[in-house]
Structure formats: C-alpha cells, structure tokens
Design a protein around this ligand. Structure first.
Ligand SMILES: *[C@@H]1O[C@H](CO)[C@@H](O)[C@H](O)[C@H]1NC(C)=O
Ligand SMILES: *[C@@H]1O[C@H](CO)[C@@H](O)[C@H](O)[C@H]1NC(C)=O
Ligand SMILES: *[C@@H]1O[C@H](CO)[C@@H](O)[C@H](O)[C@H]1NC(C)=O
Ligand SMILES: *[C@@H]1O[C@H](CO)[C@@H](O)[C@H](O)[C@H]1NC(C)=O
Ligand SMILES: *[C@@H]1O[C@H](CO)[C@@H](O)[C@H](O)[C@H]1NC(C)=O
Length: 331
C-alpha cells in the first residue's frame, strides 16, 4: 500500500510528460484547422500531448515522433508550416484528407528527422518539392493520390536510405530522371518505385537497367523507349507493371526474374515472340501480355508453384499473331 502511494506521488504530472516545444507546435497545427474540433477533441490540457489522438512519443525522451491525421473532411486548408517545429518527428501521416489543399510547405525541408512521410489521398497540389531531397533519413515517401504537377525532381535519387517512392496518381509530366538509375548503386535498400497514373512521357532512361528492386509500377503514363532494361534474370522483381504506355521493344531479348509474381505489360508496342525462358518465372500468378504486337507460339512448359492453372486467353489476346494453347492452334 505504501509503495502504491509512493508510486502515485512520484508519478509526474501530465504537463511534465510532454516536450513543451512539441506541444506548442501541435497547438499551432490544431489552431490552423478551426473546423476540425472533433479530430482534436483530446488535444487539450486535460491530457499530456503524448496521449493526444494521433500522436506518438518516444518512450524515454517524450519527444513527439509521430503525427497522424486521417480520414476526415474537416481538415480544411493547407499543411501548416508550424508542423516543421516538431523537431523530432519521424513519421508524418496525412491520409484521406480531401480538403487538404495547397503546396507542401517549404519549411518541411527542415524536418531532417523524418523517416516516413505519407501525404496521400488529399488535394495537395503544386510540385513534388525539390527540398524533399534534404530529408536524408527518409525511408518511405508516399505522395500518391494527390494533385501534384510538374516533373519528378532528379535529386530524389540522392536520398541515401529511401526504400519506397510512391508518386502514383498525380498529374506529373516529363521523363523519369536519368538519376533514378543511381538508386540501385548508391542505395541497396531501395525496393519500390511506383509512378503509375501520371502523365509521364519520354524515353525510359537506359540507366534504369541498374535498378534491381522488388516492385516497379510505371503503368498508365505515356512513356516510350526500351522497357526491356527493367528486366533481367538475376533481378529481384516480384512485380513489374508497365501497362498502358508506348514502350516498344523486342520481347525475345527479355530475361525474366525468377521471383516474378506479377507481370503486366499490356497496351504497349512490344514485338517478337514470347521467350521460352518466361517459364522460369515459376511463381508467376498474374500475367498480362494483351494489346501488344507479339507473334509466334505461346510457351507451354509452365511449372507454376503458386497457381493451379495455366494462364487463359485473357493473358494473351489482342496481339499480332500469337498462337497455340490457350489461343488458336499455330498454322
Ligand atoms: C479533391 O477534391 C475533389 C473536389 O472537392 C473531391 O471530389 C476529391 O475526392 C478530392 N480528392 C481526394 C483524393 O480526396
Ligand atoms: C505521348 O507521347 C507521344 C510521343 O512519344 C506523343 O506523340 C503523344 O501526343 C503523347 N500522348 C499524350 C496523350 O500525351
Ligand atoms: C539483384 O540483386 C540480387 C540480390 O541482391 C543479386 O543477387 C543480383 O545479382 C542482382 N542483379 C542485378 C542485375 O543487379
Ligand atoms: C477465351 O476463351 C473463352 C473460353 O475459354 C472463349 O469463350 C472466348 O471467346 C475466348 N476469347 C478470346 C478473345 O479468344
Ligand atoms: C489484361 O488486360 C486487358 C486489358 O486491360 C484485360 O481486358 C484483361 O482482362 C487482362 N487480363 C488479365 C489476365 O489480367
């Protein structure tokens, strides 16, 4: 009993739990969204700020390391520059906020402690800021499903620890920067590049042949050139999705990664026959070669480990002259 009373007496008051600078930064964030009382109802002096909804603190320092504001249309306005006063923030999660608008503020370039940034499913617009390349601790950057425009800053490829870059579902234009080939040589951890559903154009930089990552999605752009550089039999790809572009290359030159589970190259201008080596990708579950200019006999020696059936005609139709099972017999 005495121990319990002592413990209670020794327990610090809530106010002492919370880094005061972080608390005032959070209050400035709260004050910039006056319509969002319901989101911030716990953000009062009744609780110390580490217990506020959406906040996570470091257990030893009580610094705020994570801020998440999710799924509400009551957040109306721009990302408050005061967010950059959170000097220890590692995770920023602004997700499904349809009324979050305007540009990503310049001040975010100072937030060098950030490891994970997810600003997705919002109406944030303007460019993908070049200053993001100053956030050298970033591991994950997800800016998908926004209204970002302009071109992809080449400097993103200098981020030394980046693992995942997702800029899909924006309005980005211009080419994939040549520097993106460096992600491979400089950063062994880089594993996913998702740029689908933009308006990217131009030739795929040949430097991307160095890219050896688990997931690539470039679908629904207007990219052209030699998409074969993305393939290679010693690469670690699980997913390669380049559908609905203008890629034009000789399919027989392609060597398929053994790990491949998803391959979608539909709606391009790929020509030649399907190389028999494709059957080395024995973990393949999804295959889409439709709407290309392929010709010749479809390989049949599949030994698929993750699929019970071979691929049906919906993997192959609308090509120049593919033949054999599951399409019409070759003449
Ligand atoms: C952006 O705003 C429009 C119009 O208010 C809305 O229909 C759309 O859902 C918003 N986008 C996102 C990703 O929330
Ligand atoms: C796509 O790129 C080609 C050039 O490679 C261009 O002729 C065409 O207009 C572009 N289409 C769109 C929809 O931007
Ligand atoms: C890709 O990475 C794997 C595993 O790290 C390695 O074994 C392979 O040689 C690499 N392939 C290429 C083409 O870089
Ligand atoms: C695909 O095969 C199904 C039967 O398995 C057939 O009904 C259909 O017409 C075929 N479609 C094409 C485009 O060959
Ligand atoms: C391949 O893509 C085409 C066109 O988008 C689609 O109609 C077809 O169902 C897809 N097939 C598979 C196996 O995903």
């Amino acid at each position: 009993m005495l121990r319990l009373i002592l413990l209670l007496l020794l327990t610090p008051l809530p106010a002492e739990f919370c880094n005061p600078d972080d608390k005032s930064a959070l209050l400035a964030v709260k004050n910039s969204f006056p319509n969002a009382d319901n989101i911030f109802s716990s953000w009062t002096d009744d609780f110390h700020c580490c217990d506020w909804y959406g906040i996570e603190c470091d257990e030893t320092t009580n610094n705020v390391i994570s801020l998440a504001i999710l799924r509400t249309d009551k957040i109306i306005g721009t990302i408050p520059p005061a967010i950059s006063k959170l000097k220890h923030l590692q995770t920023l999660y602004l997700f499904k906020l349809p009324n979050l608008v305007g540009e990503i503020p310049q001040e975010m370039g100072e937030m060098v402690t950030l490891r994970s940034v997810d600003i997705s499913w919002t109406n944030v617009s303007g460019p993908v800021p070049r200053f993001l390349s100053k956030l050298t601790n970033l591991l994950d950057l997800d800016l998908s499903f926004n209204r970002l425009s302009g071109s992809i800053p080449p400097y993103l490829a200098t981020l030394p620890r980046l693992r995942i870059l997702d800029l899909s579902r924006n309005q980005l234009v211009g080419p994939i920067p040549d520097s993106f080939g460096q992600f491979a040589s400089k950063n062994q951890e880089f594993s996913a590049l998702h740029l689908s559903h933009n308006k990217l154009s131009g030739e795929l930089p040949p430097s991307l042949k160095n890219m050896n990552i688990t997931s690539v999605d470039l679908s629904r752009n207007n990219l052209s050139g030699d998409g074969s550089v993305l393939f290679g039999d010693t690469k670690v790809n699980y997913a390669l999705v380049i559908s609905r572009n203008m890629f034009e290359f000789d399919f027989p030159r392609v060597r398929f990664p053994k790990m491949l589970e998803t391959l979608d190259v539909s709606h391009n201008r790929i020509y030649g026959s399907i190389p028999a080596q494709i059957t080395a990708a024995e973990r393949l579950q999804r295959l889409n070669l439709t709407y290309n200019r392929l010709c010749g006999k479809i390989p049949t020696q599949w030994n698929l480990v993750l699929r019970v059936e071979n691929f049906d005609n919906t993997s192959y139709f609308h090509n120049r002259c593919l033949c054999g099972v599951p399409l019409d017999p070759c003449k």
